[in-house]
Design a protein around this ligand. Sequence first.
Ligand code: DCP
Length: 132
Amino acid sequence: MREVVAGAVIGDGRLLLAQRTYPTDVAGLWELPGGKVEAGETREQALRRELGEELGIEVRVGRQLGDPVPLRADLVLVALAADLIKGSPRPEEHSAVRWVETPELESMAARGELVPADAAWLDDLIELLAVR
Ligand code: DCP
């Protein structure tokens, strides 16, 4: 079983979303950025590496957010809360990034603009934004 870690990155009280470019079924939809955990890495190390590579940011990784979401028989997606500590996200592998507050997040979810797996965490994300 492989894991994908996704970061619920908070900066200035807002949540970072990144727009996927592939595969075609989710291209154009918005996600919590992250990627696959490599052999020998912790989830935290993997998330810090992926956010550095994909967006050029440094984060402090916190608790697990919500429940893991199965992606395929051999792949599970785990969300971790994180705080931006350095940098401003530059999309290297995404088509765009945006910072959202709760009302915008809710509208995007209602319009089906979040990747389906991440939409499962909507309530957890709203709760996370409420305490920041
Ligand atoms: N995924 C998701 N929601 C996220 C992050 C990822 O549903 N917030 C899914 C999309 C992909 C899988 O997880 O099916 C792997 O994500 P990435 O492509 O971002 O991960 P990598 O860059 O590590 O993988 P690859 O090298 O295969 O592109």
